[in-house]
Design a protein around this ligand. Structure first.
Ligand code: SF4
Ligand code: SF4
Length: 443
């Protein structure tokens, strides 16, 4: 069954810029000679506790960091080798994390080996959640530990599970390629999630312009006799944001400060559901991921399967080097990603792409004073007043900003994208939100 829907409220329609990589099949990037594996690859809480020391020999997929608390996720060695050192690294979001530096060596346990499927159908919801936690699965964009997201309190139930296939960020196409090349596996991942959540209804939500992905997932769902409906959604940004997706498909508003489960929904993206498939059906920890390398400065843009901990310098080499020096390097998409300045930064579980942008691809015009044009307010999909929140944060009034909706900011970047004064709204709101949350929402 097909359900046709469209985006119902504001947002923007940025140039999609996906043609650079859309037609490029996923390829396996070379295994890094030196991997730098951060122990903080989940959204909140302490880094995983390090289980190895310099000189230790590690195997591919071996646990090297144990979740330090309920909000954490385990970390596994992406390669076989020897621990060279422990060091601190900066993550793309600006946090610092201890990291395990591993020099490649020895035999691979998984690479090039055939793997027997695990009979997950015979296992309980609790067992499946345990496997997902053991294998260190987190949201492949959000970095929220997946076993936590899928642990539903006893007094709640899931009415709707949405497999989010929107991938609305410009440039990024790795999830599109996963849908084309791994549709049966993604559907199996969704079946695993459905077994855990037992939702009343399942929707596979695909951008209406991706007909090939729609067909691939539809056929895979039919072949697996999976009772999911296929829904088409618009190409607006941020259609892929989970609150927007719920509103588009159901008309329900997640309450201010609330979460999807408050309206009975759970939303997971393609990359996460594929990681669930690998964790449960193949008993494979998260040691690699699909991402897009793009931007006008890179010679051979494409979609790659990359080992976690691969330094960006290796990706540049893998993609043929630069045709010109990038003016800006972004991890993630251009709307919600973070600019980075250090090519030794490693790929983490939630790296969706790396963009090497030329001066022609970025807007370099100077920041001016606010023109009070109201475009940021019109563009905000959460109905916030970004310019006012920015001013409050600028004056240190974090509590007031929090009370006026900062807590609901999705950091989608729409306000900054449309601002003619080039005010770095989203950076300001991101910092303000982090400070407010650190202070418990107080001033
Ligand atoms: S205020 Fe937040 S949610 Fe609204 S457009 Fe800006 S970044 Fe997006
Ligand atoms: S879009 Fe920019 S210039 Fe216009 S009101 Fe918002 S902050 Fe001011």
């Amino acid at each position: 069954m097909s359900v046709r829907q469209s985006f119902s409220r504001v947002g923007i329609l940025p140039r999609d810029l996906k043609d650079l990589t859309r037609g490029q099949a996923l390829w396996n990037a070379s295994v890094p000679v030196v991997s730098v594996v951060p122990l903080l690859q989940h959204r909140e809480g302490d880094p995983a506790a390090c289980l190895v020391a310099p000189g230790d020999v590690v195997r591919e997929g071996m646990i090297i960091g144990r979740a330090a608390g309920p909000e954490g996720a385990h970390v596994h060695s992406p390669v076989p080798g020897t621990v060279r050192e422990l060091r601190e690294v900066f993550l793309p979001d600006g946090r610092r994390s201890p990291a395990v530096v591993i020099e490649l060596g020895g035999e691979f346990d998984r690479l090039g080996k055939s793997v027997r499927k695990y009979p997950w159908e015979n296992h309980s919801q609790k067992d499946l959640l345990g496997i997902i936690a053991d294998k260190g699965v987190v949201g492949m964009e959000s970095a929220v530990p997946t076993h936590l997201k899928y642990t539903i309190p006893k007094n709640r139930r899931v009415d709707l599970f949405i497999l989010n296939c929107s991938e609305c960020e410009p440039y990024l196409t790795a999830n599109h390629r996963l849908m084309l090349e791994k549709a049966p596996q993604i559907v199996e991942g969704a079946r695993i999630v459905a077994k855990i959540l037992d939702p009343r209804r399942i929707l596979i939500a695909v951008d209406k312009s991706r007909k090939d992905a729609l067909d691939a997932l539809g056929q895979a769902a039919k072949a697996a006799e999976f009772g999911a409906e296929i829904a088409t959604v618009g190409s607006w940004f941020p259609q892929g944001d989970e609150k927007q997706m719920i509103r588009t498909l159901t008309g329900l508003e997640v309450p201010s400060g609330g979460e999807a489960l408050d309206v009975g929904a759970v939303v997971s993206n393609v990359g996460t559901v594929f990681a669930v498939y690998e964790a449960v059906a193949l008993l494979k920890p998260v040691i690699e991921k699909a991402l897009t390398v793009a931007g006008g400065a890179i010679r051979n843009p494409g979609n790659l399967k990359v080992r976690i901990g691969t330094p960006l310098t290796d990706l540049v080499e893998e993609c043929g080097g630069f045709v010109e020096m990038p003016e800006k390097i972004v991890i993630g998409g251009p709307m919600t990603g973070s600019a980075i300045f250090d090519l030794s930064t490693p790929v983490t579980k939630n790296t969706t792409g790396v963009l090497f942008l030329t001066s022609r691809e970025i807007r370099n015009s100077r920041r001016t004073n606010c023109l009070r044009c109201g475009r940021c307010v019109e563009a905000c999909p959460m109905g916030l007043d970004p310019t006012n929140l920015f001013k409050l944060i600028d004056h240190g009034a974090y509590g007031e900003a929090f009370g006026q909706g900062l807590k609901d900011c999705r950091e989608c970047g729409c306000c900054a994208y449309v601002c003619p004064a080039r005010i770095p709204l989203v950076q300001g709101l991101r910092v303000g939100k982090a400070v407010s949350l650190e202070r418990g929402g107080a001033a």
